[in-house]
Design a protein around this ligand. Structure first.
Ligand code: ADP
Ligand code: ADP
Length: 231
């Protein structure tokens, strides 16, 4: 089956006259080894969909499956375990641990899982993201862009089955942004990881092999095609 699937997902915030229908029946599957970009105008439901898919927010009706497991049937403890073991996040709020150095933050999910980092992959990720000189610094000593790169390195290093990325290049200069996207794409190709990325940047979307378009809480279009190698 698919790595991630949404089945007729409805998400309504508030109720009555104040209700906001953020998702109005979204069905979408993300195959293993796929790199999908979700695009759409502001307010179309991209972040809401991402949060529901990642098990960070509950759906009003319908269901979300990760690796065949229906998230709507899980209690908080099981949901946290599933996220920890199978999912990585590259989000704008970086959720870095303030008391840990950049290096400790990057290694944190692996440590939780009782796994050791692969040294060549660690070096590649750290060097591509330009973090070599920053490994010993705490988040408060890093710029916003550097914090984002640490969060990105953390997600890549543990090689989760699924990576959810919310505007992963939002705070990065265009050269670093492309390098990050290249890393994500390589990671998909080499490891069969699945990536779901929200972006409004067509350049970022061109790194994906599929683009899904949202409007007013519904999927209105989809494009698939070979990923261009020279973007
Ligand atoms: P996008 O990511 O495409 O900009 P969002 O998923 O953030 O869209 O928002 C979809 C709709 O849901 C918008 O109308 C937004 O105002 C509304 N919305 C998002 N989060 C909340 C919330 N926590 N409470 C109420 N309305 C929300
Ligand atoms: P928004 O950008 O819409 O304000 P965020 O993307 O910052 O929302 O985060 C939404 C939710 O996801 C929050 O509850 C936050 O704690 C959670 N979250 C963000 N990053 C991670 C992460 N790396 N691991 C677990 N939960 C996260």
């Amino acid at each position: 089956g698919p790595a991630v699937a949404a089945v007729d997902v409805v998400k309504t915030y508030g109720r009555g006259d104040a209700a906001v229908h953020a998702l109005r029946g979204v069905g979408v599957e993300f195959v293993r080894g796929g790199f999908t970009a979700i695009m759409g105008p502001s307010g179309s439901g991209k972040s809401t969909l991402m949060h529901c898919l990642a098990g960070l927010d509950t759906v009003t009706s319908g269901s979300v499956l990760i690796g065949g497991t229906d998230l709507t049937g899980l209690d908080d403890r099981r949901l946290t375990l599933l996220r920890r073991e199978r999912v990585g996040f590259v989000f704008q709020s970086f959720n870095l641990v303030p008391t840990l150095t950049a290096e400790q933050n990057i290694l944190f999910p692996l440590e939780l899982a009782g796994r050791k980092p692969e040294k060549p992959w660690f070096d590649q990720v750290v060097d591509v993201l330009g973090l070599r000189e920053r490994l010993g610094h705490r988040p408060s000593e890093l710029s916003g862009g550097q914090q984002q790169r640490v969060a990105c390195a953390r997600a890549l290093l543990s090689r989760p089955e699924v990576i959810f990325a919310d505007e992963p290049t939002g705070n990065l200069d265009s050269v670093t942004g492309r390098e990050v996207l290249g890393l994500l794409r390589r990671s998909v190709r080499d490891l069969g990881q699945t990536i779901v990325m929200v972006t409004h940047d067509p350049v970022a979307a061109s790194f994906a092999d599929r683009v899904v378009f949202l409007r007013d809480g519904l999927i209105v279009d989809e494009q698939t095609g070979p990923t261009p190698d020279a973007v």
